[in-house]
Design a protein around this ligand. Sequence first.
Ligand code: BG6
Length: 483
Amino acid sequence: MDAIKGFPEGFFWGGATAANQVEGAWDVDGKGANLADAMVAGTHETPRRITLDIDPEKYYYPSHVASDFYHHYKEDIALLAEMGFKMYRLSINWARIFPLGDEEEPNEAGLAFYDKVFEELNRYGIEPLVTIYHNEMPLHLVSACDGWADRRVIEYYLRFAKVLFERYGKYVTYWIPFNEINCLTTPTGNWNHGGFLHPGTEFFTAQVDDPNKRWAALHNQFVASARAVKMGKKISPNFKFGTMICHITVYPLTCNPDDVLLTQQEDQLRNCLSADVQVKGIYPYYAERYFERNGIEFMRTPEDFEVLREGPVDFYSFSYYMSNCVTGQKDTAQVSGNIMGGAKNPYLKATDWNWQIDPVGLRYTLNKIYDRYSVPIMVTENGLGAFDTVEEDGSIHDSYRIDYLREHIEQMRLAIDDGVDLIGYTPWSAIDLVSVSTGEMEKRYGFIYVDRDNAGNGDLHRARKDSFYWYQRVIASNGADLG
Ligand code: BG6
C-alpha cells in the first residue's frame, strides 16, 4: 500500500445532503410545498404514496420536519467542521426561494436562510458544493405546467438559478445544475425529477409512464443546464459546474455475448447518454436510433442543440452505491437499487435494502468515466443505508458503515494511483435524513445521528456515531489513516 499514491493536496473531503431530505420547516417563512412534500412515508415493504393534495391529517409526510436542519443548521455545521469537512454538498430548496415557482420576485426570508448557512460554512472554511435542483420543484408547477415537460419551467428554473448565482456567488464556486439528471431515463424519475404524475399513478415505485413526456422533460433539463452554465459563467468566470449522474454500474451476468451487448446498451442509455450531453454538449450517436426504434417523440430544435454545445459542464460528479448485473435470462435472482435493480451478482453481498456492495466497482467506474470524459471527477454520493442502534450510554457503534466507506475510499485511492483525476468525495450523508425511495428515517446514512424515527417520534437531538470519529481521522490524515 505504501508505494501507492495518496490523495492529492486540497482534496475535497466532505459529505452531502439535500434540502428536501434534511431541512424540514416545509411551510415556514413563506416556503411553498415542493415535490418531496407530497410524498407520504413508506417502508422497506410499503411503497410511498404520492398525494397531489397534501393532507397531514390523514398521512405522515417525512419531509415536513425531516432532520430539522432549518432550525439546527448552526449546530450541524459546527459538527461538520469538527469532523474536518473541506466541502459540504447541499441543495437549495427552490420552493423556499420561489414558493410557487412562477413568481417574478424571490422570497427574501428564504434567501436569508441560505445567507446564514453560507456565512456559517465560510466561518469554518468549508467549501459549499451547491445542487440547484434536487427534487425540490415547487408543487404548484405540477398543476400549472405539468412539470419539466413544459418548456416554461426552463425559464422559471433560470430565474431561480440567476438569483442564486447573484446572491451566493461570493460564497459558492461549485454548482451542480441537476442531481442525478439521468433518473429521467427510467419511470422512477417521473415524479421527483420530472415533476409530473400520470393518471393512475399512486405509488412512487410503480409510476405510470409516458416515455414521450419523460424524454421531453429530460431534454428540457439538458437545455436548462446548458443555459444555466452559460449564464453562470457570465456572472462569474470562476464558477465551476458539474454533471451529477446516478451511476448504476452494470456487468454482464455471464460472458454470453448477448449479455455483454445488453449490458453495453444499458450502460449507454442509463449512464452515458445524459453525461455525454452535459459534458460533451452533444447527444451520443445512438440516441436518435434509440428514440426511433422505441417510437419516442419529443420536441428538440436546432437552437436547442446549439445551446447544448455552448454550455458544457466542467467536472463530472456521480453517486455510487451499488452495481448490478444484466442478462437476457429470465427468472434470475434480483437485487434492488436507487433507480433500478438488476440481476444478483453471486460475488457480492447486499445491504438490508438489497443494494449490492461493490467497492472494486467504484475503481472500475472511476477509470471508465475518466477514460470517456477526461475531466476532474467528484464522487458526490456514496454510503450505506443501515439500521443503527443507540446504546444505553448514547453511543452508536456503526462499524458496518465504517467498513463500507473504508473499502470504497481504498478503491478511490487505487483509482487515483491509476491516474484518475479525482478531486472530491462527499459521501451520503453528512447527517441522518429521510430516505427518498422508502421515506424512512431509520434507513440511516449519516455520520451524525438524528433522534427521529419512521413515525416522526424523537427529540431531534444530534449524536456522533463511531463513523464520525473515524471519518475525522481519515480527513485529518488526507486519507492515509483508514484504520
Ligand atoms: C440518491 C439520491 O439517489 O440516493 C439521494 O440523490 C438519496 O437523494 C440517495 O437519498 C439514497 O437513496 P435512498 O432511497 O436510500 O434515500
